[in-house]
Ligand binder design. Sequence first.
Ligand code: ADP
Ligand code: MG
Length: 695
Amino acid sequence: MSSAASPALTDTPLSSLTGVGPALREKLAARGLSTVQDLWLHLPRGYEDRTRLTPIHALQAGVAAQVEGRVEAVERGFRYRPMLRVAIADVARGTLVLRFFHFRAAQVAQFAPGTRIRAYGTPRPGQHGLEIVHPAYRVLAEGEHALGDALDPVYPDIEGVGPASVRKLVVQALQHLPAAEALELLPPDWLRQCGLPSLREAIVTLHAPPADADVAALQGGLHPAQRRLALEELLAHQLGLRRQRLALQAEGARALRGDERLVAQLQAALPFALTGAQARVYAQLREDLRQPRPMLRLVQGDVGSGKTVVAAMAALLAVADGRQVALMAPTELLAEQHFHNLRGWLDSIGVRVGWLAGKVTGKARAKVLEEVASGAAQVVVGTHALMQEGVAFHDLALAIVDEQHRFGVHQRLALRDKGHAGVPHQLVMTATPIPRTLAMSAYADLDVSAIDELPPGRTPVTTVALPAERRPELIERIRLACAEGRQAYWVCTLIDDSDEVQAQAAQSTFEALQAALPTLRVGLVHGRMKPADKQSAMLAFKAGGIDLLVATTVIEVGVDVPNASLMVIENAERLGLAQLHQLRGRVGRGSAASSCVLLFQQPLSAMARQRLDTLRQTSDGFLIAEKDLQLRGPGELLGTRQTGIAGFRIADLARDADLLPQVHALADRLLHEAPDVVDAVVARWVGGAARYAAA
Ligand code: ADP
Ligand code: MG
């Protein structure tokens, strides 16, 4: 195994390159380029092939090529704007026009008839056959014939730095590349086995691919050199998360005894029996919690699969040991609902549930904080307010985070820090199922289990897509359905994310529907309402006092009103699959046959049509997640901006997903065999983000 490269090797500052002063350094830094190594990884976004000549007659419109010919005629026009047309002919007598709109007198003089020109550009149809506008060109000396022997890299633009300077900087940086063995971190035997080049070779190849390189593979990001880099980057992220997990587990946690007396009381009081999947996942949690190291587990379960009760049972294991539990949800509405559910279940068995959100202020806040600090509040439910400084638990044993994808890694770590008597056990719940290999990458710091079964008696939701013009018909259908005692949601969605604009749209839809449906009781909830008003609207809806609830996407997660069996989603074409699936999950929770109407504006884009079709065809969250991955890539799917795996430089999870099994296997091996290599790989690729590991 190779030894770890020294940090000095990878952290050489840009100022060590000639010609990089403070001004240029700042421009490069603005693009995230601050070390020589960053330039090695500043990869071309494309390539120009000047290693060969294309006969003019073989040129194709839209396909970039290099040609060579002698100037036949020059025409300078001024009619509307300055223009220079240079006709060249090659040895096979093909002629081509080079057209310029900006040029200097000296340039015109260059194009004396008979001069040999080599030009590169993308031809397009002109007045007399193909022409190239503003080609890159060069006047050839008599007798000059040599062609380039590598493809020319085209780098992503850097504001304020010309393309030629970028190229020169990269060439200079590459001169600092150490020998292959000094740079390499991955085991050579493993690389050989996978048929992948060394890191050095990969970098050199990508900056100057040989003339015979597979250009199509390069453009598609599938060249072995690119795969090699993507693999190392994915590996680094995987190792970063796994190392973080190991560090946490090394801190240890207090094991719970596994006293199930309270759990049994809750189960006896529930109006239903657990599904097989719920029982299995609960058993896993109980086992985890009996260990003297922190549980780090993600429970995936489709909307309505009954995650909450499983979390409540885990919480009771902690309470039975006289310790505390925090349950944190991303929105106040969802947190409130958990609070009410848990209080409903736990009050009767004598467990005290506390409530803490940002809007709890003054005396009420002081009182909750006191209860949290004294341990009087055994289960504390809230929003991210729970993580703020000044919230001190008496003895936090278990931190439960619902709808994980909305919280970042660092937020989870902040909760971790609340457990002063050892690290708290962590349970993360998400209703956004993600494909397994992806889960192993995104949540490499967590064990993953799935509640992959819905409670019995649920009837699948019938989903239809309707163009917005059929709204009047739909309103009539709602009137009839509600007359039969059904309840409905009408979800207003907008591109604009601001609460303000959403609230206005919901307000006007509310007024319009109220006017159109005078016999119905219409309610409204949106993010701008006072919590008390929001809550009373939700409670009235739940109690059957409202027939039709007009809402913004605040109801997306967690809201649970089993009697609601009809949902209309406006502008459904604008939402992603995961969000539509979440919203739809609000219906189909009771025994009544439910339906979901996706109202869309014409014309539909191909992507939007596929999304709506997918929803009409399936309600399986895992299938929808796979489709979402195909359609949008993993970024959106995982909410990567927040999960800490964002910002891949080279890897693209959708394109490179097939590398993940190899990545996971290699990560296992390195964690076992070579901790120093692990540190070096993480430092090289993840850098600052890896600081979480040490946090
Ligand atoms: P989610 O997994 O989406 O968070 P919830 O925990 O909100 O789902 O549960 C959805 C609904 O199903 C709730 O009304 C809950 O009480 C009910 N529920 C949970 N488990 C079962 C079960 N085993 N049988 C019947 N209903 C259940
Ligand atoms: Mg839930």
